[in-house]
Design a protein around this ligand. Sequence first.
Ligand SMILES: [Zn+2]
Length: 144
Amino acid sequence: MSKAKEIDDRFKKFGTVSFTAITRTNDFIDYLEANKVAGTRCKDCGMAFFPPRADCHQCLASNMEWFEVSGKGKLITYSRLQYAPVGFEQDVPYCIALLDYGDYKVFGRISSDLAEEEIRVGMEMQTAVNRLPNGQLNYVFVKA
Ligand SMILES: [Zn+2]
């Protein structure tokens, strides 16, 4: 008797629209459920990855550990979207941005709670877990 292997599809919980359910970095969702945003770091060379990756492109190892994206990142750039990709039409306008955390960067969306007049390149922001009304999870940037 063989039992069918359970499919690890935790990733379908991520984002407004789910594009992929199965990846090798599904623990990302468990971290979100625990209110943490996480990336991976190569145990061999120390390279940090966000979004998390299962393989290191620098030393080609697959020896990763998770780390929490915590503390403050610096806003490098942002852009206000008037037209959204498929699935995000209801959300516009919103701002996408890039935060610099030192040895890694995080790409994402600025919280709609923050007025655009308050956004300044160079300001400190934090990455926070966001629960959507439909039960999906994502993360947004908030003022530090
Ligand atoms: Zn490496």
